[in-house]
Design a protein around this ligand. Structure first.
Ligand code: SF4
Ligand code: F3S
Length: 376
């Protein structure tokens, strides 16, 4: 079925329903999982902006779940991973099947539609760790259990399964920025998109009878601003910009730099074959076999890179620009111990010191007649 397209994340050609057609530029995000505290500010920033209406009650375009036991909807990834079977990698080439290649006869991709109840418990498993902690072990130092928070939005995939799945072609990818949208006038509620998206980021609205999904805050993008989930993140774990394929990447573009140059930010479940465009800096305390399953074979090296980031001023600079401005950063540089970010026209829009300045105040403030303590 379909066409042969190149997917750089699995480093090979694969089958897709439509020919390869990359947008003029592609929206892309980097999330630093190590900094996420699951405060859900992103979830609420999105919800209060876009999904406060009827039929949208259980709809979270942005959600944050605890891995390994948190899911929204329930078991979304483990169900598909099990259906897909063995997912083996060569050195950097995926040797298993993508969801398009594993499609059952007569279907466009391997998928499933969650039950209504599966959307009802977005915080199921929150803060649960990977295994029981024996009594008293917390007093002995090292623990083998782990958990981490995984923030999730639509990946505005290069090869969207939702788009390929819709029999009415009601889903389209914008040629100007790669944002994937459902055309509400054409949607007739077939829900094939819900079945198709492996990340389960299309939601059916039972009141309107149509499907809805993250719109990448496109009105903000069009005005040069980063999306709501990014600018409201109090942990400053997110950066939105534009990502290029490896042959067109620019080293001064912070997203390209983290994804392609440092290979520190990795796609989630690249083996599904969609070339998703949210890239994660993997959690450094999690067993390598889990990271490999979730983020592919580059995860181990990415953890090493993350651990040594403080010794690399350019990398440190790129990471410090997260949450430093509401505007979209198109390029950056590090000079004189500052990370400096620029807009599309090259005007400076952000400046962050590589080291937080320390101000030592006099113990006795003569001007105000008060005594003060300095805290480190
Ligand atoms: Fe479509 Fe899902 Fe990819 Fe978003 S994450 S573009 S909804 S397939
Ligand atoms: Fe198509 Fe999904 Fe609507 S399959 S018709 S976009 S519900």
């Amino acid at each position: 079925m379909g066409h042969q397209v190149f997917n750089w994340q699995i480093n090979r050609k694969m089958n897709y329903w439509y020919p390869e057609h990359r947008p003029a530029r592609q929206i892309g995000y980097v999330f630093d999982i190590n900094k996420c505290i699951a405060c859900q500010t992103c979830t609420l920033a999105c919800k209060t902006t876009w999904t406060g209406g009827r039929g949208q009650e259980a709809m979270l375009w942005n959600n944050v779940e605890t891995k390994p036991f948190g899911f929204y909807p329930t078991a979304w990834d483990v169900k598909l991973l099990e259906k897909l079977g063995a997912q083996s990698w060569g050195e950097d080439e995926y040797e298993g099947q993508t969801i398009f290649e594993a499609a059952p006869k007569g279907e466009r991709m391997l998928g499933f539609r969650p039950e209504d109840e599966d959307w009802s418990y977005p915080n199921l498993g929150e803060d649960e760790v990977s295994e029981p902690i024996p009594a008293g072990m917390h007093l002995q130092g090292l623990q083998t259990s782990w958990m981490f928070y995984l923030a999730r939005i639509c990946n505005h995939c290069t090869y969207p399964a939702c788009l390929a799945g819709c029999p009415r072609m009601a889903i389209y990818k914008r040629p100007e920025d790669g944002i994937v949208l459902v055309d509400q006038r054409n949607c007739r509620g077939h829900r094939e998109c819900v079945r198709a998206c492996p990340y389960k980021k299309v939601f059916f609205n039972t009141v309107t009878g149509t499907s809805e999904k993250c719109i990448g805050c496109f009105p903000k993008i069009e005005s040069g601003f980063q999306p709501q989930c990014v600018t409201h993140c109090i942990g400053k774990i997110r950066l939105q910009g534009f990502v290029n394929p490896p042959d067109r990447m620019r080293e001064d573009n912070p997203i390209d730099y983290l994804v392609h140059v440092k290979k520190l930010a990795l796609p989630l479940y690249p083996q599904f074959g969609l070339e998703p465009n949210v890239y994660y800096m993997p959690p450094i305390h999690v067993p390598r076999r889990v990271l490999r399953m979730m983020f592919g074979p580059a995860a181990e090296k990415a953890v090493e890179t993350y651990r040594s980031a403080a010794e690399d001023p350019k990398l440190l600079g790129a990471m410090l620009l997260f949450g430093s401005t509401e505007r979209i950063l198109h390029s950056f540089k590090v000079a004189n111990d500052f990370a400096i970010g620029f807009d599309e026209k090259g005007a400076e829009i952000s400046r962050v010191p590589l080291r937080e300045p320390i101000y030592v105040r006099p113990y006795h403030d003569q001007a105000r007649g008060v005594y003060r303590h300095n805290t480190p």
